[in-house]
Design a protein around this ligand. Structure first.
Ligand code: ZN
Length: 51
């Protein structure tokens, strides 16, 4: 029996939030959405902690 899955936290979300750098639109996606459908801007992953 496989084990080692115990270290997941409560946030079992598979998606990350991406923010459009131009218009500020927030999109949830598993991978980078690419272009904003509103303004064509680039998305930035908000989940990445910027230190
Ligand atoms: Zn946008």
């Amino acid at each position: 029996m496989p084990h080692g899955q115990d270290i997941e936290d409560d946030t079992s979300e598979m998606t990350s939030e991406y923010e459009c750098l131009q218009c500020g639109r927030i999109v949830e996606a598993e991978t980078n959405p690419g272009e904003c459908e509103e303004c064509g801007g680039d998305f930035q992953n908000r989940a990445k902690s910027i230190e």
